[in-house]
Design a protein around this ligand. Structure first.
Ligand SMILES: Cc1cc2nc3c(=O)[nH]c(=O)nc-3n(C[C@H](O)[C@H](O)[C@H](O)COP(=O)(O)OP(=O)(O)OC[C@H]3O[C@@H](n4cnc5c(N)ncnc54)[C@H](O)[C@@H]3O)c2cc1C
Length: 476
């Protein structure tokens, strides 16, 4: 397995294709360091005794010990460990651990390439396993590029005026394919070794050219990353672990990019585009969400409990009720992930597949509650997160003494700790990074409507009707 330093070194060696605010930047540009720090954590945890047995797994292909973020889940225990790993790792980085994305993509490809081969007699699964062996041996990180830019949402890929609004194959050659189009919102693309591209939706027979999946180095010829960065506000004096971690999300442009056949995992088999989309986003990634979303709620709960404690109101009934409310959200989402793992099924490919209903109800519950959680925290925090004076005013001798005196809360808590607590609340509730996390809480891994679609696909509402008809004595 690589060390975080080896990972950072390999990023430094990559070709420049990351654009931020009008500039072409290196991958070790200071603006990208906070997001790279998140990924680096997944390498450092390998040496952390508290993560022993959690962050590593044994490859089912080679038997070697690998980072769990490169593992294809083989049984329920694997899914449970991945979920616990994500929750605990997210605690350390103050939110998303990001590396789950590539892990979910390889799990989906392992499952669906097997099925495509069964129907079409292709050899995608063998190809994919060879790629996976390399991915595991090199301990790679991958962004999952699934969300196409999509143009008019009511139209299918082939119906769009501009055919490039979904990533598509523009040329088939003897040595590979050429792809064009763009994916957007792609987390960690400039921090990743690889980009794994999978379809975003079901396709029809008219969408053959858009039914495509492949993996490429993130700096492959023709790929451009137009990147939005959300970093914590810089701290001048009051250093804190949370200020080390940020996120970078990109438009990933494929400007006629060549993909050799050994890295192509779907090409034209349109009935499987939807299944791959569901397996990547709707199944494995939503299971990962059942780990990361409870972690986010843990942080909201922790911030709320600490604020209430410092304010002297921790034991007031409305605070206790709000804390219990948040605990219900966190643990129900986590429980959905556990249920999905223990009621999951072994697939003939060897993959262990989480239960589709449980992962989707879990993810949906998290998505529809995120603003409720933030509203609850805002309520308890009062207005100070929005109006907290700048750090410099705490250190300025002319103003510092006033703030020391007037920021006081309950007896026994230092003003510095109150300041630290509210600076963190300000970051969570009022910063650019906080805003990105809130939107990600709704849409990352699929908007609530996407979970509802999969719940409808896999849930038997007619059976519920039958129950009621029986009890009501209705016979038809
Ligand atoms: C911070 C962040 C990080 C992300 N990271 C990744 C990532 O790493 N990889 C990745 O692939 N994706 C990523 N996503 C993308 C995420 O999965 C999408 O945002 C989500 O699927 C919604 O797609 P959209 O943003 O295009 O919104 P839209 O598709 O425009 O959806 C917005 C709303 O429009 C409505 N709508 C859209 N289409 C239809 C339709 N056909 N019929 C009816 N109603 C419709 C729905 O109400 C929907 O909720 C990320 C998103 C965020 C915010």
């Amino acid at each position: 397995m690589r060390t975080s330093e080896e990972y950072r070194t390999s990023l430094r060696k990559m070709k420049k294709n990351v654009y931020i605010d009008g500039k072409l930047v290196e991958r070790d540009d200071p603006i990208l360091v906070p997001s790279t720090n998140v990924l680096a954590k997944t390498f450092d945890l390998v040496d952390d005794p508290e993560f022993k047995g959690l962050i590593t797994a044994r490859s089912h292909l080679t038997g070697i010990e690998i980072n769990r973020f490169t593992h294809v889940n083989q049984n329920a225990e694997d899914l449970l460990k991945k979920q616990e790993l994500i929750r605990r790792a997210c605690h350390l980085t103050g939110g998303c651990i990001q590396r789950c994305m590539g892990c979910d993509a390889i799990n989906a490809l392992s499952l669906i390439t097997y099925e495509v081969d069964k129907s079409y007699g292709t050899d995608y699964h063998k190809r994919f396993q060879k790629y996976l062996e390399y991915f595991q041996k090199e301990d790679l990180t991958a962004a999952m590029a699934q969300t196409d830019v999509k143009g008019d949402r009511s139209l299918r890929p082939h119906q769009q005026k501009d055919p490039d609004l979904y990533v598509r194959v523009v040329e088939r050659r003897s040595d590979g394919i050429v792809v064009r189009g763009a994916k957007n919102h792609i987390t960690m693309a400039p921090n990743a070794d690889e980009i794994i591209c999978v379809p975003t939706r079901a396709m029809t027979e008219n969408d053959v050219d858009w039914a495509v999946a492949f993996a490429l180095p993130a700096d492959a010829e023709g790929i451009k990353l137009i990147t939005h960065v959300a970093n914590p506000r810089p701290r001048k004096y009051l250093k804190a672990p949370m200020s080390e971690f940020g996120v970078a999300d990109s438009f990933v442009i494929f400007d006629d990019v060549f993909v050799p056949w050994d890295r192509v995992f779907l090409c034209g088999e349109w009935p499987f585009a939807g299944l791959l989309a569901h397996a990547a986003g709707g199944l494995y990634h939503r299971h990962s969400y059942c780990g990361c979303k409870p972690a986010v709620t843990d942080l909201v709960m922790g911030a709320m409990a600490l604020t209430a404690d410092y304010q002297g109101v921790e034991n007031k009934p409305h605070i206790r009720s709000k804390l219990a409310d948040l605990a219900c959200v966190a643990e129900l989402v986590y429980a959905a992930g556990i249920a999905a793992a223990v009621t999951g099924e072994k697939h003939p490919s060897g993959n262990f597949v989480p239960n589709l209903v449980y992962v989707n109800v879990g993810r949906r519950h998290a998505g529809v509650n995120i603003y409720h959680e933030l509203e609850t925290l805002t309520d308890v925090a009062g207005g100070l997160p929005a109006t907290l004076p700048f750090e410099g005013d705490f250190s300025n001798p002319e103003t510092g003494a006033y703030l020391e005196k007037y920021l006081k809360r309950r007896e026994g808590v230092s003003t510095e700790n109150i300041h630290r607590c509210f600076r963190m609340l300000s970051e969570m509730l009022c910063s650019a990074l906080g805003g990105v996390w809130a939107v990600a809480g709704v849409h990352g891994g699929g908007s609530p409507i996407m979970e509802e679609i999969l719940i409808h696909l896999s849930y038997d509402f007619n059976a519920k009707k039958k129950l009621v008809k029986h009890l009501a004595g209705i016979k038809d």
